[in-house]
Write a protein that binds this ligand. Sequence first.
Ligand code: ATP
Ligand code: MG
Length: 394
Amino acid sequence: MTKQLILIRYGELGLKGKNRHLFIGRLANNIRAALKGLTDWQVKVTWGRLWLEVSKEQMATAIARLQHVFGIYSLSPVLEADKEITSIAECAYAVLLQALPLGGTFKVETRRTDKTFPLTSPDTSRAVANIIFDKLEAEHKAEYDADMHHPQVMINIEIRAEGAFVYGETIPCAGGLPVGCGGKALLLLSGGIDSPVAGWMAMKRGVAIEAIHFHSFPFTGEKAKEKVYELCKILSGWQGAPIRLHMIHFTEIQKAIYANCDAEYGITIMRRFMYRIAEKIASQRHCLALYTGESVGQVASQTLESLSVINDAIHIPVLRPLIGMDKEEIMDRAKQIGSFETSILPYEDCCTLFLPQYPKIRPVLAEAEEMEKKLDIEALIADALSKSEMKTIG
Ligand code: ATP
Ligand code: MG
């Protein structure tokens, strides 16, 4: 079984000293977790770089999985050559045909840190290019040309003490920071389009997530729950680890609000309850912030007035990564991360139950607080929590 090397590039150039060390350690661990189930592979941290060694048969699967690992910017399959010019040129030729099977322009570039290698870097590039052209001519491939300024493919050669390496193709990846290096937060996950995207954006910046979902069983059915499990499963693919999901039984709270508060304040007060419960769970689970899929102006509960009245119920930071995005952009992102098709399944969300005909677009804090006096907030929350459950998904 032949082995294939893959060079793994990570970004965040500002990382220095101890941070850098932790970052790379975390990334290597997340990569190992992503490759679980594949056989015969190895992640190596050498020469200040990350490499994956994998069998040729499993290379495509490994690459597809690595494209879901935050912290990786791009990948390049690398060929290892013997440290002499003919072998290096053969690898360079293979890289060219692989990257541009139908012809195109290329440039050879060499970096030589092993000064015992007899040719300088420019001489190596020239020699390799000459051998490539000889081979192209011998095989009657006329569709290739050198281009020193804007080549379609850069054939990179690295000659190091450890060996000679050749690569061309650069496969773009998800970027961001390794999940976990930014602590942990709690995602308010509805069954909609927005909140899974918000969770994805949290993870992209290295923040691991747990999720909390409010359901109004039996008004919202089993299918609606399953949809949330499925969304968690999709997100866990990006987390590289299972997601802990807190399923909160919200029915009695909604009924109490409906029975005691003005209908137009129903959504505002309901959301204040969601935030309060989320804050409690966050503190139990050592989550440092809440994440939501709110975006200014999208619906009545997302005006600045609304957001501020809702936010006033709690103290923990609420992060809203979609705040400046248009719905179109959010939908495109949802498609890219794989949550869109699940999000649009038509099951009831607890927010759509008891929905007032005219929700208050500019609620006033004092009015919301006045209405809440009719409710035993602590008892309602304690009761909801006692009927709630936790699941680990992914
Ligand atoms: P989404 O597409 O995420 O459902 P939305 O545009 O429908 O968002 P709202 O229903 O007002 O907007 O919800 C705003 C945010 O509040 C959601 O993005 C989510 O973070 C949170 N949220 C709403 N409903 C629930 C729920 N049932 N469980 C958990 N979080 C919720
Ligand atoms: Mg919603």
